[in-house]
Design a protein around this ligand. Sequence first.
Ligand code: SF4
Length: 105
Amino acid sequence: MTPSTEEFQERLDRINSIFTAILDRAEESSLTRCPYRDSQDLCTALFSCRNQVSIAGKPDSFSCSHDGSFDYRPAWESNPKGWKRMQETTAAIRDEALKNRRSSN
Ligand code: SF4
């Protein structure tokens, strides 16, 4: 059965709401937990980062020394300008999602 226009819009609004919540949580989490830090606090990044600490006897492994008390992203060495662009893109996506949600209510 094909949904009515109103039902379709309700579904879109619901999906929009879900993704907005996911984006908000991901951004909040990303400020204290680096996505390259695994469950055993090892760094899985394939680039240099100031928070990497060598592990004795494991020349190719690093532990993460980030303590979650600051934004770790400026420590990444590969592309600092990319971090700023990512912040701007994330903010634009969130603003657009909020605008869409408000205009549909
Ligand atoms: S060392 Fe740097 S890149 Fe690796 S997990 Fe920690 S903050 Fe992330």
